[in-house]
Ligand binder design. Structure first.
Ligand SMILES: Cc1ncc(COP(=O)(O)O)c(C=O)c1O
Length: 445
């Protein structure tokens, strides 16, 4: 693929600069900040997105080989079948004094896919759904203390982890996060453990025993469970009487149709889904056993916009289509192909990389110590010039066809060659047109 005229992102960059003056942080999601990709050069805004193609404000069209709307669109952007269902719902009214019947149909579908679950509540984003799950779990157990692993949103309950030690969230969210604005009264309620490190959870249980009311984690986090990790977590939850919550916000629907926990035969008491469940429309679900979910009737959990119609309608259309197309299987295949491309091209150009992550959420690290971030920035800069929104992490979708992957490989070939030459001539930083990208959530790398 030949590098054509320079891709200009001036309009997008100008708007991003303006946004930062009027919206603290520029937007509502750290992972979509332009600085996370290419400070001063990222297109920042889209005018249209379809399949894996994204049009920016400057008239450029890119292929998304990065985080695909942060894993929210497994069918590809603006899926025609989901859109059709949503448009019909818009014409019939998205809200009224009465409830949307689709809520019941979706609840039945989710309980059928996860037979251990008997009741369902809804929200509209992952973080708020986790907050609801934690409230229900605490209401049920009557205990405040939570053992957790991984990232679970922006709420007070989660960030309070760092009230005891501002290193507690290192390796789960961002290093050294200060829990400003989080009530100090929550101190001492959160206890972190790492994925596949059952001894860390055992130590927490040993120390606090039946004081632990909730154990929350992603059933798969960057890797598969080893040595019956999930079974052992379940056993510890049973031993302490803690409610076990699986956060499927990111991993759900990607490994199999339904929660990733279905692959391991370990049932939680609550599972939470968002993002991919509705292919980009705002929707989140909290599913659970009847016994635990009934606690939602003992604590006030209620919001007007959790009753709007588009979320459940989009989720029903998305789930039906994902099942019909066996999307999870295709995501595994595409992820494996993407990893092979990186591997092939790295070997071809003598570039040292480490490839990791579960196939649908693959990533690579440049094995050059603290130069990784500068190399990643140069990779993004050069891929952008070749028509790709790229990063060192790819969230794959059903719309990533072989033809798209072939184009991608050609561009990676050209860009890895440039990176190797930049390393050999010690010109990585010199070749950057702007600053090095900021580092983000540890889970994204
Ligand atoms: C595992 C997990 N839980 C919760 C969240 C928060 O979801 P949201 O960004 O929809 O609030 C995320 C988002 O990345 C996540 O990956």
């Amino acid at each position: 693929m030949k590098k054509k005229k320079t891709v200009s992102t001036k309009k997008g960059h100008t708007l991003w600069k303006k946004a930062k003056q009027i919206i603290p942080g520029g937007n509502q999601l750290l992972s979509k900040r332009s600085e996370m990709f290419l400070p001063n050069g990222w297109p920042s805004y889209y005018s249209k997105a379809k399949g894996v193609e994204v049009w920016d404000l400057d008239g450029n069209k890119f292929i998304d080989m990065s985080i695909m709307g942060v894993g929210s669109s497994l069918l590809g952007y603006s899926d025609p079948d989901v859109n059709k269902a949503v448009k019909k719902a818009i014409d019939n009214g998205v809200v009224s004094t009465l409830n949307a019947p689709e809520e019941v149909e979706l609840a039945e579908m989710l309980c059928k896919i996860h037979p251990w679950a008997k009741m369902v509540r809804y929200a509209r984003s992952g973080g708020e759904a986790l907050a609801i799950a934690i409230r229900i779990a605490r209401a049920f157990s009557g205990k405040d203390k939570i053992a957790f692993c991984g990232y679970h949103g922006w709420s007070d309950w989660y960030l309070s982890t760092n009230l005891s030690d501002d290193k507690n969230l290192d390796g789960h969210l961002l290093p050294g996060l200060e829990p400003r604005g989080v009530p100090r009264g929550l101190k001492g309620t959160m206890f972190p453990f790492h994925y596949n490190k059952i001894s860390e959870l055992e130590d927490i249980v040993e120390k606090y025993g039946k004081e632990i009311g909730v154990i929350v984690l992603e059933p798969m986090k960057g890797e598969e469970p080893k040595d019956d990790f999930l079974k052992k977590v379940r056993a510890l939850a049973d031993k302490t009487g803690a409610v076990l919550v699986f956060d499927e916000v990111t991993i759900g629907w990607k490994m199999t149709f339904g929660g990733a926990h279905l692959l391991y035969g370990v049932n939680p008491d609550i599972a939470v889904f968002a993002k991919a469940i509705s292919n980009g429309f705002a929707m989140a679900t909290i599913i659970g056993t009847r016994e635990v979910m009934q606690a939602a009737q003992t604590t006030f959990i209620s919001s007007t916009n959790w009753t709007e119609r588009l979320g459940p309608v989009a989720a029903l259309a998305t789930l039906k289509k994902m099942k019909r197309l066996n999307v999870a299987k295709k995501l595994q295949d595409v992820g494996v192909k993407v990893k092979k491309i990186w591997n092939r091209q790295a070997i071809k150009h003598g570039l040292l990389i480490t490839i990791g992550g579960l196939s649908p959420l693959s990533n690579f690290i440049f094995k050059y110590g603290d130069r990784h971030q500068a190399l990643k920035t140069l990779f993004i800069q050069e891929m952008l010039q070749r028509g790709f929104l790229a990063s060192n992490m790819v969230f794959v979708s059903y719309a990533h066809t072989d033809a798209i992957l072939n184009k991608y490989e050609k561009a990676v070939d050209e860009v890895f060659k440039i990176l190797k030459s930049a390393l050999d001539t010690n010109t990585v930083e010199k070749r950057l047109k702007g600053p090095v990208a900021h580092t983000g959530f540890a889970r994204l790398n």
